[in-house]
Design a binder for this molecule. Structure first.
Ligand code: FAD
Ligand code: FES
Length: 253
């Protein structure tokens, strides 16, 4: 059974940055000391991270990449894309709100899972891959220099758009060629990749769960700034998602 879990516990914390490494150009792998959030977080959820700059009030949504409930630590991997994430990448202590959004209910998930990630869509899939048995993992990147986390997965096949490493093409093309038997696809990445995953799932007659990104303000369902169109009407990515069934999403707007 494909499965999404909704959670209502949300905590705001001042967290120490335990480590922070630039793992590719402008991509930071940051570990936060956030015990109260780590204790209740699920794979697939995200944090709202504040930079506490007076001229930049809105937090930035960043997915939880890995959860260590025992040590109370959370890992996030993000691109310093604009001013907000650049400021966050330089912090040694920061304010985080979370865990936010639904996530994957791994306790009731199917046994044969195909994981497909593209670019900065790869980090949120790492925790999921650790919580399910023997997933087949297919990751795609623009080129070899953009590759991240592929060695953190127990086993992953890699594709690059320019063929500089692994299969030449995207992660869905690679999965199409190499995936064995599976009964659920879980994907995160840019919208064209997610749309391709939805098509692949449809071809195979299996369900797919996709993690969708939208610009966000409040992150808690209050501002209606993050809606996407679904077959059952407009839904808020921050509270109804970010994980949706691919066949529920209206892809062509
Ligand atoms: C649920 C969710 C999870 C995410 N997880 C990650 C992750 O794990 N790693 C990662 O690198 N990025 C992730 N992103 C994207 C990340 O939030 C944006 O790159 C970031 O907000 C950009 O902010 P900025 O100030 O640096 O850039 P700017 O482009 O200067 O941002 C200006 C404004 O646009 C918003 N914005 C711009 N791009 C995005 C975007 N793609 N999504 C949402 N808001 C955006 C910002 O929040 C800000 O309000 C995620 C987005 C969402 C919605
Ligand atoms: S960001 Fe405000 S409702 Fe989603």
């Amino acid at each position: 059974m494909e499965s999404i879990v909704g959670l209502v516990i949300t905590i705001q914390l001042q967290c120490d940055v335990v480590s922070n490494t630039e793992i590719a150009l402008d991509i930071f792998d940051m570990t936060l000391d956030a015990p109260e959030i780590a204790r209740v977080a699920h794979a697939g959820q995200f944090l709202h991270i504040f930079n506490d700059s007076p001229d930049m009030l809105l937090p930035r949504p960043i997915s939880i990449c890995a959860i260590d409930a025992e040590s109370g630590r959370l890992r996030v991997v993000f691109r310093a894309k604009g001013a907000g994430t650049r400021l966050i990448s330089r912090k040694t202590r920061l304010r985080a709100l979370g865990p936010l959004g639904n996530g994957y209910d791994t306790s009731s998930m199917s046994k044969k899972i195909l994981i497909v990630g593209g670019g900065l869509g790869v980090p949120p899939l790492l925790e999921l891959s650790r919580r399910v048995a023997e997933p087949q993992v297919f990751l795609g990147f623009r080129d070899e220099a953009s590759m991240i986390l592929q060695n953190d997965f127990t086993e992953a096949e890699t594709a690059t758009d320019d063929g500089s490493f692994g299969f030449c093409g995207n992660a869905v093309d690679l999965a199409r060629r190499k995936a064995r038997d599976f009964d659920l696809i879980v994907a995160c990445g840019p919208k064209p990749l997610l749309r391709a995953v939805a098509g692949f799932a449809d071809e195979k007659g299996v369900p797919a769960l996709v993690s969708v990104e939208e610009r966000m303000a409040c992150g808690i369902g209050a501002c209606v700034g993050c809606v996407i169109k679904t077959k059952s009407g407009y839904r808020k990515v921050c509270v109804d998602g970010p994980v949706f069934r691919a066949d529920e999403v209206v892809w062509d707007d």
